[in-house]
Design a protein around this ligand. Structure first.
Ligand code: URA
Length: 246
């Protein structure tokens, strides 16, 4: 039995709920109960092996060891932990592959978007991966309607208005221009909701197909669609180094 006592905010952060500061807020807002009793003292200590800790009524489990998985997401599944409409989620798929811990996706891919998605229990890693300050590069292969001109490429690269927000500079490369469509590669370092689709739509080119090829410089070419595996030690080391967590 684990007799080591740790402070409540550390326990909550270690459960993947976010930073210790954010977890302190849960305590101060009266959302945290230990063995059924609401606690408000930030110095309160819990025993990870024994105590029953809930946040907003949901039991949370302390996970000391960070797990980082990578999935090649298929189209048609929802990128969240659970879905109110009962649709299959990326976490359902992760569990089907035998990873049963409490895990969550790092950022979002739309239901019809395919490709590289990280899945973890590590709140700190997640925050850094999705915060624009850490400039984590994400490369997408995209097929859009219509033939994109050189000047549209330049416009996209310098930043476009996607509805009250001007996107940061990015790089765009045309791979193929066919009959009524263009295939491109675009690399961005931010992650606004449906950003790529909104960027191309703002230039009059609706997205037909979207696939994330790589994240943080890692492209996981061995992963078939629907496959999930842990990052290798080298991959994890590289990723952590990139976001200042080494
Ligand atoms: N941009 C989008 O529009 N959709 C995604 O799924 C990812 C990036």
């Amino acid at each position: 039995m684990n007799e080591r006592m740790i402070r409540i905010n550390r326990y909550l952060a270690g459960s993947g709920l976010g930073s210790r500061r954010k977890c302190e807020k849960y305590v101060l807002e009266g959302k945290v109960r230990v063995n059924g009793k609401e606690i408000s003292d930030l110095a309160f200590k819990v025993n990870p092996g024994k105590d029953d800790v809930t946040v907003c009524g949901e039991r949370v489990f302390y996970n000391e060891k960070s797990t980082v998985l990578v999935m090649n997401k298929p189209a048609g599944i929802v990128c969240s932990v659970s879905d109110e409409l009962g649709r299959r989620t990326v976490i359902d798929l992760t569990r089907e592959k035998g990873y049963n811990q409490r895990l969550f996706p790092v950022g979002r891919l739309d239901m019809d978007t395919t490709g590289i998605l990280l899945i973890t229990n590590d709140g700190k890693l997640t925050n850094r991966m999705i915060h624009p300050r850490y400039h984590v590069k994400k490369v997408y292969r995209v097929r859009v309607q219509g033939n994109i001109s050189g000047s549209t490429v330049s416009t996209l690269e310098s930043g476009v208005d996607i509805g009250g927000y001007i996107t940061s500079p990015c790089s765009v490369r045309i791979i193929e221009s066919g009959r009524g469509y263009t295939e491109l590669e675009i690399a961005i370092s931010e992650g606004k909701k449906r950003q790529i689709k909104r960027m191309f739509l703002s230039c009059g080119h609706p997205v037909i197909k979207l696939h994330r090829k790589s994240i943080g410089g890692l492209s996981f070419k061995d992963l078939d669609t629907g496959e999930v595996r842990p990052l290798s030690r080298d991959e994890e080391r590289l990723l952590r180094k990139r976001i200042g967590l080494d």
